[in-house]
Design a protein around this ligand. Structure first.
Ligand SMILES: NC(=O)c1ccc[n+]([C@@H]2O[C@H](COP(=O)([O-])OP(=O)(O)OC[C@H]3O[C@@H](n4cnc5c(N)ncnc54)[C@H](OP(=O)(O)O)[C@@H]3O)[C@@H](O)[C@H]2O)c1
Length: 257
């Protein structure tokens, strides 16, 4: 059987390039487009069986609206966005094609699939969904099928709460006014590890992390919880005594682990 042709909008870099490499290695014909490629996003949408959107979050809605109408019944429209509710709804709205939402839970440097998960959301249709799922599973990735809402709810913890906490740590350290070069001389192993994460979040792709936090529909709720918990920790320490905080940590540990 002839292998499908895949067009990746935003395939010149990042996750789009990761998918292009994976599919090319599997024998698929892959066309990639970026803002400066000769082939445009609409060209790719017209000629490819599967069209994948992998552009920065801020550009995703407008690219789906532009490309979607050119992806017709019988083709598939998929995205790799770190959020799922809005992009999947927009793909369904702007295209009559089969629709698959996809979020690889790792960055573009991952080449060893073992231990890495990919979330798939059914949008419309079964045929392309089944093929896409099989490709990822046969490559060695673990596929989790969830609804877009279930995905975003979990990402509100795994990404929103997690990255927000890292951003708060970096900003609070900067606010102390003490140069990191000086603080670093006193580093413990845990501090070193945390500062590597802080550095990655602040310097590698701040736009991605800001948009993941701003765009998740459950952000307000989890950040209200975070604010409440910070207040609670401060009040547990109010008398300068660690015993109440220790008791609270012990009861949380029983819940979590
Ligand atoms: N990075 C991650 O760790 C990660 C993990 C999972 C999912 N994702 C998701 O993957 C998607 C892409 O993120 P990324 O980190 O791979 O981004 P990226 O490395 O910045 O790559 C973005 C791609 O989109 C193209 N592009 C940039 N701006 C565009 C615009 N305004 N219109 C059309 N194309 C544009 C770029 O091509 P040119 O520069 O050649 O124009 C490039 O090929 C996002 O939805 C993100 O949420 C990212």
């Amino acid at each position: 059987m002839k292998k499908a042709t895949v067009g990746i909008i935003g395939g010149t870099n990042g996750m789009g390039r990761w998918l292009a490499d994976l599919l090319t290695a599997q024998g698929f014909t892959v066309h990639v487009t970026g803002r400066k490629t000769q082939m445009t996003a609409v060209d790719a949408a017209r000629i490819c069986d599967v069209v994948v959107i992998s552009v920065p979050i801020a550009a995703t809605s407008s690219v789906i609206a532009k490309v979607g109408p050119h992806v017709r019944k019988g083709q598939a429209l998929m995205d790799l966005t770190s959020l799922k509710k809005e992009p999947v709804a927009l793909m369904l709205q702007h295209s009559e094609a089969e629709v698959v939402g996809c979020h690889p839970l790792f960055g573009p440097s991952v080449t060893e699939p073992s231990g890495h998960n990919i979330v798939l959301c059914r949008g419309r249709g079964d045929a392309w969904y089944a093929l896409i799922r099989t490709i990822f599973e046969n490559t060695g990735y673990t596929v989790l099928e969830r609804t877009p809402g279930e995905h975003d709810r979990m990402m509100a913890i795994v990404q929103v709460l997690n990255h927000f906490n890292t951003i708060a740590l970096g900003m609070a350290i900067a606010e102390t006014g003490i140069p990191l070069s000086e603080v670093s001389q006193f580093s413990t192993p845990i501090f070193k590890t945390k500062m590597e994460i802080v550095k990655k979040i602040f310097t590698e792709s701040p736009e991605l992390y800001a948009d993941i936090i701003a765009g998740n529909p459950d952000t307000n709720e989890v950040l209200q919880t975070y604010e409440r918990v910070v207040g609670k920790i401060i009040s547990l320490l109010a008398k300068g005594d660690g015993s109440k905080l220790k008791d609270s940590m012990e009861s949380v540990a029983k819940k979590l682990f």
